[in-house]
Design a binder for this molecule. Structure first.
Ligand SMILES: NC(=O)c1ccc[n+]([C@@H]2O[C@H](COP(=O)([O-])OP(=O)(O)OC[C@H]3O[C@@H](n4cnc5c(N)ncnc54)[C@H](OP(=O)(O)O)[C@@H]3O)[C@@H](O)[C@H]2O)c1
Length: 420
């Protein structure tokens, strides 16, 4: 039996979940791996408040040095959340030769280079399976079993809150604000939901996942980001009539000499594997030149599922004589802003002769062909809803058409990319 001494930074939802999993399942893990996990210290802000977990008084500390500077502690597990002080504490732990296990996509995404450099310098390990997709072993999959592939595409539902909101909007025909309020009441969305609904959380995850999948650093500021706040029940129901399901996707593509990295709502054909990933579940769909396509699906959040990935990381950190360090090219590929997609364009158009010709004429002028069209409502002279779905077209050309349409006769209400 080998004892491994741990320090936990934070005992909130995830820190508490890790504590509970080690307490309730640590013996079994020891039987299976020969490694006994001992939490020596857990950092809290106030020793009186630690979420009701049965943590002995002597384990709690309010001093970071009790963990970061203690030579007996071999692995530091960071669950504070946010950028700082989490990033600098991880940096200090690595500097002191301690391996770090974290679930913190924000700090990791923003400080990936420094943390990796420090880990390389001291030989300590940096493990972050839980930072993307919670319990889903996607980080490991990319770095080990799928390493003999050129991964060309990743497409993920990596934010449970937005997937829950979109799933309910679709099922109930309800508007975004109504479902958001209900999700907040149920504790499924934060009181300040911006990080989720504006796509920040998904973008942090794409930055990590894409950098590893394409071996080229993707920075947060390079990722195109659009949240779900402008999606309406009408978009979802018209999309459904045309055979599509709406999801917030994190999309990465390796185009050879550039990379695409974008987070935005997108329609998927109803028979796409990601289209049936509902509620707060997460899933990542990948395409690699040898394995072809694959989807990993599971719980992307919650204390126990996340703790499952974290304890897995802790065991790997304890077992590895040499810690793996993913290779990233030094000359990072540029992140392109000239991607192509199919587009769903929802317009309110005058129900009058010549309007359709104006719309299709502008599209044709940009070389964009139409794959489907649907008109709903309005008597002649009134306003009808007009939906156009294009074939693959350059994003910039579609934007030019939207700009050029005369709002007197045709107002564009939403443009949603169609993927898959
Ligand atoms: N929740 C999930 O399902 C999930 C899933 C995957 C990854 N993650 C990631 O896991 C991390 C933790 O999330 P969480 O849900 O556990 O958050 P949380 O419940 O808010 O826990 C964070 C804990 O850290 C404490 N804390 C903050 N700053 C501190 C400091 N300087 N010193 C000591 N304690 C401090 C907080 O105390 P106070 O509450 O007193 O401020 C809180 O107890 C985040 O990076 C998150 O993105 C979460």
């Amino acid at each position: 039996m080998k004892e491994v001494v741990l320090g936990l930074l934070g005992l909130g939802n995830i820190g508490g979940g890790v504590w509970d999993l080690i307490r309730t399942f640590g013996d079994e893990v020891e039987t299976r791996t020969g490694i006994r996990l001992r939490v020596k210290k857990a950092l809290v802000l106030d020793k009186r408040i630690h979420g009701g977990h049965e943590v002995p008084e002597e384990v709690l500390t309010t001093e970071r040095a009790d963990i970061l500077e203690d030579p007996e502690i071999q692995i530091v597990c960071e669950f504070l959340g946010g950028e700082q002080p989490a990033a600098s504490m991880m940096q200090r732990a690595l500097e002191n030769g301690k391996s770090v296990v974290t679930a913190n996509k924000m700090a990791l995404s923003l400080h990936f280079d420094e943390l990796r450099a420090m880990a390389a310098r001291t030989g300590a390990g940096l493990y972050y399976e839980a930072s993307v997709g919670g319990a889903i072993p996607i980080i490991n999959a990319i770095q080990s079993p799928l390493i003999a592939n050129h991964i060309e595409q990743i497409m993920g539902i990596v934010n449970g809150t937005t997937n829950y909101i979109l799933t309910r909007m679709a099922a109930e025909g309800a508007e975004y604000e109504t479902i958001l309020k209900d999700a907040q009441r149920l504790g499924l969305a934060e009181p300040n939901p911006a990080a989720d609904v504006e796509g920040m959380d998904a973008a942090y995850k794409l930055s990590i996942l894409g950098s590893l999948a394409f071996h080229s650093r993707i920075r947060m500021e390079d990722i195109y980001r659009e949240g779900i706040t402008r999606v309406t029940a009408e978009d979802i129901s018209f999309g459904r009539e045309m055979g599509y399901v709406l999801k917030l996707l994190a999309i990465g593509k390796d185009n050879g000499d550039s990379i695409e990295a974008r987070v935005h709502p997108a329609f998927l054909p109803a028979d796409h594997p990601l289209a049936r990933v509902d509620g707060s579940l997460n899933a990542v769909y990948l395409y690699g030149h040898a394995f072809k396509d694959m989807m990993l699906e599971g719980r992307g959040a919650g204390d126990a599922p996340t703790a499952s990935a974290i304890v897995g990381d802790i065991i790997q950190a304890a077992q590895n004589a040499v810690h793996p360090m993913p290779w990233l090219r030094e000359d990072a590929l540029p992140v392109a802003d000239n991607w192509q997609s199919k587009y769903f364009i929802r317009m309110k158009a005058k129900d009058a002769p010549g309007v359709l010709a104006e719309v299709t004429g502008l599209l044709a002028g940009e070389g964009i062909s139409v794959s489907a069209m649907m008109q709903k409502g309005a008597a002649p002279g009134g306003k009808a809803t007009l939906i156009v779905i294009t074939h693959i077209a350059p994003e910039k050309a579609v934007r030019r058409v939207v700009q050029a349409l005369n709002p007197e006769i045709c107002q564009v209400e939403n443009v949603i990319r169609v993927e898959g």
